[in-house]
Ligand binder design. Sequence first.
Ligand SMILES: Cc1ncc(C[n+]2csc(CCOP(=O)(O)OP(=O)(O)O)c2C)c(N)n1
Ligand SMILES: [Mg+2]
Length: 548
Amino acid sequence: MATVAQVVARTLTGLGVRRVFGLVGSGNFDLSNALVAAGASFVAARHETGAATMADAYARVTGEVGVVTLHPGCGLTNAVTGITEAAKSRTPLLVLAGDTAAAAVRSNFRIDQDALAGSVGAVAERVHGPMSAIADIARAHRRAVAERRTVVVSLPMDVQAATVTEQGDVPALPELARPRPGDPTVGQLADLLLAAERPVLIAGRGARGQRATLERLGELTGALLATTAVAHGLFAGSPWSVGISGGFASPVAAELLAEADLVLALGAGLNMWSTRHGRLLGGTATVVQVDLDPTAIGAHSRVDVGIVGDVGETAAALVAAIERREESRAARRTPAVAAQIEAGAWSRVAYGDTGSATEIDPRTLTIALDEILPVERTVAIDSGHFMGWPASYLSVPDEAGFVFTQAFQCVGLGLATAIGAAVARPDRLTVAALGDGGALMGLADLETVARLGLRMVVVVYNDRAYGAEVHHFGPSGKPLELVRFPDTDFAALGRAVGLDGITVRTRGDLKQLADWVDHHGARGGMVVDAKIVPSTVAEWLEEAFRGH
Ligand SMILES: Cc1ncc(C[n+]2csc(CCOP(=O)(O)OP(=O)(O)O)c2C)c(N)n1
Ligand SMILES: [Mg+2]
């Protein structure tokens, strides 16, 4: 005899779930313990939005389904921001939310959980009763995986405690063949690519994991390579990669992208961020968009040719078609362009250092971090004005080494993102790049970094302000008192929870970080409170404001 909670837990571990994030209350206590008893390991967060975002980041880095368990009502509402980010990012995420019994109409915890889930773009599912428990949880899991959705599964407490007398098997599901366009479409696309003088491939979220095929396509067509921010790292180290397309593009990357006569967007939404409000797409370029989701095609930008298909399958079909023709082109792949790309890397772009004895230039800080920290790293970035610097200057080894939870454009998810990534890849040093405002918002889970003994450097770009707002409204003379605040000693906050903490005002102060890397192998957690020059404005932000 088993309870529904136990059967649900066993079904999930049977489906491959091995890691669960969460925060335990009475409404998910038995379920969380049942998951552990069934073989999953449990990662306790200190705030539910942190728990949801950790599971989201874990899913992004590992490719597994993320799982988070929550207390009913208030546990779920606390997690809503993280759930929304995951839903907007199409992260396969299972949110196992306890729920009040149907009859407990006056329970303090009672809310309409299904309506809440739907309102943020997640799918509402429930475990209805002992007879259907296995089918219910298997269906929710399948929707998360097959539809790439964030699924909020409500599990009423009376149902969780009910006894299951007959336990069926989880129906085995076939591997789903991924959609690919038909031969005539592939042939037309091959014609377009081979006729282009200056083709560019822009790879987005849907292209993650497809490096080899896309590099081959680039080789055959002479295309330059770029990624959106969420796919950053996909072409790390390629001489033909111009880096990120969008606000964080280097000046040379922006120039080369705008010159393209054919843009092939692969699993990339071509939104205002990845195209700089369309300015990175040359006015006369032919724009081709390949996406699994028909509603994504042309949703943000002008698209001349739309193709519904899986990026990997479509690219492989294109490669095969071009190879059959025994044709290839050098197009943009000349020694001069390679030299232009190399010389134009962000780290080579000259700038006037604005630092003083008390404040460090954020660019100098980030370039130094890139030199000091091991290259086997995962970079996780919060939202705010500062975010262009780590995105531009910190190299990453591959696309799993960069986690960008920005679909909700929400401040405060960066630390939890870093924690989920660090749990996923303990072999890599995780770098959490945060603004001071975002660090304070996500502060509850700083303790989690210490408690889990994660290998992490938490860098706080501390400008004593909501800098994005300062730079947005300051130039037009608006009052800024409400968006500036007193300095916070983040090194002391780090030490308070059991981490190392250093304060950085100059390049020389980073010697302590270099020693930590050299002598301790960057083990354990370190908070770097970087007192940055608050008046140094990132070009990407000025550029973004110009676009409005
Ligand atoms: C949850 C949430 N609240 C408010 C905002 C509006 N907002 C955007 S950037 C920003 C400032 C963030 O400050 P900080 O983390 O210090 O980074 P900075 O901009 O100073 O570099 C704010 C408040 C938001 N995006 N998300
Ligand atoms: Mg700030």
